[in-house]
Every structure is written in C-alpha cells, then in structure tokens.
Design a protein around this ligand. Structure first.
Ligand SMILES: NC(=O)c1ccc[n+]([C@@H]2O[C@H](COP(=O)([O-])OP(=O)(O)OC[C@H]3O[C@@H](n4cnc5c(N)ncnc54)[C@H](O)[C@@H]3O)[C@@H](O)[C@H]2O)c1
Length: 353
C-alpha cells in the first residue's frame, strides 16, 4: 500500500470519465494518495451521483469536454502534461447502446482513438491505462475463463464498440508507440463491478437501491442469471497496480490484463438479493422474466496473467462485497458524511492489501 503513496503522491493524473461511478471512486482514491487530478468528462451521468456525494469538483481541475472533440481533448491533455492517464470515459450500458448505437460507437471507439492521438504529442513521460471491458471478447458461451489472447468482437453495439477500441489501441501501440520512450500503455479488461454510489439505469444493484430508498418493490428481470459480483475497489486496485507497473517495468508496455472476480464471486442475482436483505431492512423485490433485449450469457475472465505479472488478486469475500455496497447506500440515505465514510471504506480495503 505504501507503494501507491510513493508512486502517486504529487503526481499529475488525468482521468477521463471522472464524473462516472468508477471514475469518481478512482478520483477519490487518488486524492487520498495526494495525487493532483485533472478530470475530463462530458457530463455528470446520473442524479444523484458519486461525483457530487464526494464533493470532488472542489479538489480537482474539472473539465467538461466530449472526448469526440479531438482539438479540445488534445489541448487539455497537452496543457496538463499528466504523469499518468486513466481512460474510463465511455457510454457503458448495453441497453443504451441499442437505443443509441452511434453515440456508443463514436464515444467508445473514436473517443479512445482521440485519447491515443492526444497523448502521442506528449513530450514528457506518461503511463497510460485504458479501460475496456470483459465484453470486448467474442462471447463463445464457453465455460472456461477468457484469456487475454482470445478472440475479440461483441454482439451488441456496446460490446462491439469496446472490441473496436481494442483494435484501435493495438494499432496505435504498434504503429506509433513502439519506439516512443516516453509513453507506456496498458489495457485493463474487467467485468461488472458493484459498490456504493452507482445510480446508473439498467444495473441490478442501483435499481435495487433506488427502489429500496423509496420504500418501493424492485422488479428483477433475470433472477437466476449468474453475474460476477466484484467490488469496484478490487478492479481500481488493478488499474493502479498496472499504472505502477508500467512506470517501473517497460516489459508490460502494450500488454492487456484481465481483472476478473474469483469463481466463488459468480453468484445468481437471487443470491445477491437474499444477501442484501440482511443489510437493508424492508428490502422487497418481485420477479418478471419478460426480457426486452438480448444480453450475452456470463463471460468469465481468466486473471492468471494479472496474478503472475502484477501480483493482483481479489481480497474481498462475497459477503464483504455486498455488505460494503449496502452499507454505503444506507449511510448515504441516512444523510451521513459520505466523504468520511468512503474514506473509511478505502482505508479498510487498503489494510487488506
Ligand atoms: N461499471 C461497470 O460495471 C463496468 C464494467 C466493465 C467496464 N466498464 C467500463 O469502465 C468505464 C467506466 O464505467 P462506469 O460504470 O463508471 O460508467 P459511468 O456511466 O458511470 O461513467 C461514464 C463516464 O464517461 C463519461 N463520458 C461518456 N461519454 C463521454 C464522451 N463522449 N466524452 C467525454 N466523457 C464521456 C461520462 O461523463 C462519465 O464521466 C467505462 O469505460 C466502462 O465501459 C464498467
């Protein structure tokens, strides 16, 4: 853990998508590590939002930029001159990608291209971590975990857009970054994560918590589908370790890493509801299995490479993951000080590392 302080203290870190769920947790954690943050996002995607619950705006350089605007993005990145860059900005929802495929493809694929094009002009040393998804893989509906060398290419527009981003990244690494001594880049693929402060639509946990906070019954679409229930901090820890590793070790430049949950974290939605019930009084649900759009079956990740090369593993049990998530929302709706509470959750998590 002390490593993270050494690596990020007083360093300039640019985060795209810093107003989103994962981006706000990452921004908050890096602020705790005394990093200097510049965030680039087109909007605050939800109301309420973790970004506002943690009052992040006042502690960072906060830019409202659409990453499809290459000129503005290039100017911001080159003016800030980051030591590290985490690219998370994306349209991340499968359902929305069916409603608006063009926005999804342009934000996720062309937006990633614009980030890569912008950092190409940096003169100083910069370590870049690009966040894609487990959905980048071609889903062959196989049981074994997908490895980094498996085929890419998703079915729905969101998955396909992340696959496109991967091809663009590899093209940039091979065409422009191979001999650039000042740039190192790594790609992180993770699956669905949970944790406090996600209010996105079409995600099970936020849907449950939104209904619970209004004392309403939530409707569950796929009670028996298995999902990976990994805490957002586990995956962010992977991004931070990857960034640290890129800084210290040139051999991982251009490499891709899976950061998946352990097998025991793959549980059915109904198991999670039962577990949440333990922590949330009056939590109620009903089941309606009329599906409206096609979603691929569970795609498992094989994270052996991250374990071997980065020494990354999951630390939280299933029970701890659900408890941390449910307690965060319980505190939020009790109007507690979420800066203190989130900081406490991060400190407790850091003690496990
Ligand atoms: N949350 C998950 O479970 C999960 C799973 C796998 C991968 N991911 C990936 O992690 C990243 C973050 O996901 P999240 O859940 O925090 O998403 P989110 O919806 O909470 O946040 C998305 C962020 O991207 C920004 N953004 C979207 N389009 C943009 C554009 N054109 N220009 C500038 N900013 C734009 C939004 O303003 C917001 O800051 C995404 O790349 C997503 O694909 C998330």
């Amino acid at each position: 853990m002390r490593d993270f302080y050494k690596i990020f203290k007083n360093k300039k870190v640019l985060i795209t998508g810093h107003t989103g769920f994962k981006g706000s947790w990452l921004t908050f954690w890096l602020l705790q590590l005394n990093a200097r943050i510049c965030g680039v996002s087109k909007d605050i995607p939800t109301k309420p939002s973790l970004f506002e619950a943690l009052s992040l705006r006042k502690n960072i350089i906060d830019k409202r930029i659409d990453i499809r605007d290459l000129a503005k993005l290039k100017k911001t990145i080159n003016n800030f001159k980051p030591d590290f860059l985490f690219h998370l900005a994306a349209q991340p929802l499968v359902k929305k990608s069916y409603d608006d495929p063009v926005n999804t493809f342009t934000s996720n694929a062309i937006g990633t291209c614009n980030v890569l094009e912008s950092v190409k002009f940096l003169k100083k040393r910069c370590n870049v971590v690009i966040i894609t998804s487990d959905k980048s893989y071609k889903n062959l509906e196989i049981l074994r975990g997908y490895r980094e060398t498996d085929l890419l290419g998703g079915f729905d527009p969101y998955s396909a857009s992340k696959g496109c981003a991967e091809f663009i990244i590899q093209s940039y690494v091979k065409s422009f970054y191979k001999n650039k001594k000042n740039l190192r880049l790594g790609v992180a693929r993770a699956g669905n994560v949970i944790g406090g402060g996600d209010w996105s639509d079409y995600r099970v946990i936020p849907d449950c918590l939104k209904s619970w906070s209004k004392n309403k019954t939530v409707t569950i679409r796929s009670p028996n589908s298995t999902r990976p229930w990994q805490h957002v901090l586990e995956v962010l820890k992977g991004y931070l370790i990857l960034a640290k590793n890129l800084k210290n070790n040139k051999n991982n430049h251009g490499e891709v890493f899976n950061f998946g949950p352990k097998n025991f974290q793959n549980k059915r939605v109904i198991d999670v509801l039962n577990e949440m019930y333990e922590f949330l009084p009056n939590f109620k649900w009903n089941i309606n299995t009329n599906k409206k759009f096609r979603e691929s079956k569970l795609l498992k990740l094989n994270s052996t490479k991250a374990k071997k090369k980065l020494n990354w593993t999951n630390k939280l049990s299933f029970n701890e993951t659900i408890k941390m998530t449910a307690e965060w929302y319980r505190m939020y709706y009790k109007k507690k000080n979420m800066v203190n509470f989130t900081s406490k959750q991060i400190q407790e998590f850091e003690r496990k590392l």
